[in-house]
Write a protein that binds this ligand. Structure first.
Ligand SMILES: Cc1ncc(COP(=O)(O)O)c(C=O)c1O
Length: 395
């Protein structure tokens, strides 16, 4: 008897998928993991095969067994037809948006969109002849209707919003956008496929920064655009026409990270909730920005639409606390690095810089925490000592 490849189906649970997706050792001489093919040239047996483009692979940039494995695994996690890997989360945002729009079109984006994506839509889309509308993230479907124009072709969601963590009414807004003949795209980096079912919620395009939870070790820059049917074809063609591809070592690291993603995400979630619950009790914290806390104004949307929360959240410190007191808290933490990005093994703290037309965030200092995989008691003790330093520096 010969062992055949894994029988992953749409019904296979996500925890099983992340471990087994794209694992076909017998297609790779029995190697347990997918080999890293470093290649640009792919040789053909004869000139006629080359001329006719015969064979599964054609040219390194267009796909290898290494890149195909990651793309198929992410597509299967999302239960969608195709996934295009890109060199960063930002390039995934840019690919998703520019591939489905053309000059003369209009598209709608939430005010809470990821900052670098916001710079793309503000600065680059107008150069392409595409006009942009910004809507308030907690808008209702009734209010949204007025934002559509005859040429609106794309409606973009990001829930929770970057830095400010507003939750959106995804089902109502999506129905409204589809009624207006728009494609709906979501930046699903915060929840990942593990905690938000994009197909169940009728998404046409999903964007995920693989830099975060999928690769998971702060050593990869990567993005994914996932979709189905004609939309998937359009995105794949655009990516090929513009030469988007990712180096094989990045693919390998992303796949290696994905194998433990379910476990890491749960630990990060548990630690994040423990830290947020502790922070909420501190008198200097005037607002928590964590959708899984009942105090969050969009908690009911999170509860209805998501099956878990990631370890990334924000909180606002009283505007009367001077910044040097906050610095003395953050600068001397033992287990929290100070830096951008998130989704890796280590905890991080940073300060949010954001621009919003309308903001639900009170005045004060907005800090962001990413809860990594350390022991949560160590993390809380670290924050406790930090808050003592902040109080000391403020007397
Ligand atoms: C929600 C979200 N989307 C996209 C990105 C962009 O990912 P990358 O840093 O890989 O470009 C980020 C990065 O922080 C993010 O937080």
């Amino acid at each position: 008897m010969t062992k055949t490849s894994k029988k992953i189906s749409p019904a296979t649970k996500p925890d099983t998928k992340v471990v087994h997706a794209s694992v076909n050792p017998l297609e790779h001489e029995g190697m347990a993991n997918i080999p890293v093919y470093h290649t640009s040239t792919i040789m053909k047996p004869n000139l006629d095969d080359y001329r006719q483009g015969r064979g599964k692979y054609d040219y390194g940039r267009k796909g290898t067994p290494t890149s195909q494995a990651t793309e198929e695994a992410v597509a299967s996690l999302y239960k969608m037809d195709d996934c295009v890997a890109t060199p960063s989360g930002l390039s995934a945002i840019c690919l998703a948006i520019s591939s489905v729009l053309k000059s003369g079109d209009h598209a709608l984006f939430p005010d809470s969109m990821y900052g670098s994506g916001r710079r793309f839509i503000d600065n680059v889309l107008p150069q392409m002849g595409i006009s942009v509308g910004i809507y308030e993230p907690s808008i209702t479907a009734d209010e949204l209707t007025a934002h559509f124009q005859d040429n609106t072709r794309l409606f973009y969601l990001e829930s929770p919003g970057s830095l400010t963590f507003e939750m959106q009414d995804i089902p109502a807004l999506t129905t409204c956008a589809h009624d207006h003949q728009c494609l709906v795209a979501i930046d699903n980096t915060w929840a990942t496929a593990m905690y938000f079912d994009a197909v169940k919620h009728d998404m046409d395009i999903v964007i995920e920064a693989g830099t975060k939870y999928i690769s998971g070790h702060s050593d990869v820059s990567m993005g994914f655009v996932i979709s189905s049917g004609n939309t998937a074809h359009t995105i794949r063609q655009y990516a090929q026409n513009t030469g988007i591809c990712v180096a094989p070592d990045e693919h390998y690291l992303a796949m290696r990270g994905m194998r433990t993603m379910a476990l890491r995400l749960r630990q990060s979630e548990e630690n994040g909730l423990a830290l947020a619950t502790w922070l909420e009790q501190q008198p200097e914290v005037i607002q928590m920005l964590h959708p899984a806390l009942p105090s969050h104004p969009g908690h009911h949307h999170w509860q209805r639409d998501f099956s878990g929360s990631s370890g990334l959240f924000g909180f606002v410190i009283d505007p009367n606390i001077p910044i040097m007191a906050i610095d003395s808290m953050a600068d001397n933490l033992d287990w929290f690095g100070i830096g951008a990005s998130w989704g890796g093994h280590e905890s991080l703290i940073s300060q949010g810089r954001f621009k919003r037309t309308v903001s639900s965030i009170p005045d004060g200092t907005l800090l962001r925490i990413y809860a990594g995989l350390e022991d949560k008691d160590d993390l809380i003790a670290d924050l406790q000592a930090g808050f003592q330093r902040m109080r000391g520096a403020n007397t």
